[in-house]
Design a protein around this ligand. Structure first.
Ligand code: FES
Length: 256
């Protein structure tokens, strides 16, 4: 970083004393989140090619058509839209993603010590829609339920007509569930739930257990950004793999 990195109140967008490539991160973030959002919406609207053999696309999990067949007969649109609002709300209110889209999409500011797009009128997240970010802990509860569903799909992905088998799709779906689990359980709200609001870790047996859990979650939390990106990539790839196999473009290789 060159000279001073401090920028005043009347700077223009992008104005900075920084000499490093500060713009790379927001540009890559716009590309990654933008492309993922377009792909996910298109796949959800497609309402086709979301299952093959024992594999189910994570965009259609839980499988509402299997759980509520009678009720779903009356739903004229893709069941993915009945599901995706929960992971969307979870990720959109995630502390890491908030930082990412505030910088890259709103450029408010685009990076530390770089001129921002809008005047300084930040009032906190008090009005719609950003006040909804305060619901993050509730989206966490939903995300935990969804993660459990993902693991049921993992178990199902090894079941080939009643026989145990391992296909490429089984591995893809397992990896996706694993990365989602790491993302969900590295959440800041989860960390608070495990070890927060305590004045004394050693005062009772239960508090000592919570302390041990909090230490482990804190370790996981250190890489929350990494799990956020990897799980986003893996959920997209798992859906893409099921799409390719069910539409006949890929052949699912069976290991046994
Ligand atoms: S803070 Fe990122 S998922 Fe909770």
């Amino acid at each position: 970083m060159a000279n001073s990195s401090v920028i005043g109140m009347n700077e223009k967008l992008g104005q900075t004393y920084r000499s490093d490539a500060w713009w790379v991160e927001p540009v890559l973030t716009v590309l990654a989140l933008g492309l993922f959002s377009i792909y996910a919406f298109w796949r959800a609207a497609q309402n086709n090619y979301y299952e093959w053999g024992p594999y189910l696309s994570p965009f259609y999990s839980p499988d509402l058509r299997a759980l509520f067949p009678e009720m779903m007969r009356w739903v004229a649109f893709s069941p993915a839209f009945l599901v995706l609002w929960a992971p969307l709300g979870f990720r959109a209110s995630c502390y890491f993603y908030r930082r990412a889209y505030y910088r890259s999409f709103f450029m408010d500011p685009p990076a530390c010590a770089v001129g921002e797009a809008m005047p300084h009128n930040y009032q906190g997240e008090k009005g719609l829609p950003f006040v909804l970010s305060n619901l993050h802990r509730y989206f966490l509860y939903l995300a935990i339920i969804l993660t459990l569903f993902h693991w049921t799909h993992v178990a199902h992905s090894f079941d080939f007509n009643g026989h145990f088998g391992v296909g490429t799709g089984s591995l893809v779906i397992t990896l996706d569930a694993l990365l989602l689990t790491l993302y969900v359980f590295s959440c800041h709200s989860w960390r608070h739930l495990v070890g927060g609001k305590l004045n004394c870790f050693s005062c009772s047996k239960f508090n000592q257990i919570r302390y041990k859990g909090w230490v482990r979650v804190s370790k996981l939390n250190e890489n929350h950004m990494l799990w956020a990106w990897l799980s986003l990539a893996s959920v997209g790839f798992a859906d893409f793999y099921v799409y390719m196999v069910s539409s006949g473009v890929f052949h699912d290789v069976r290991f046994f």
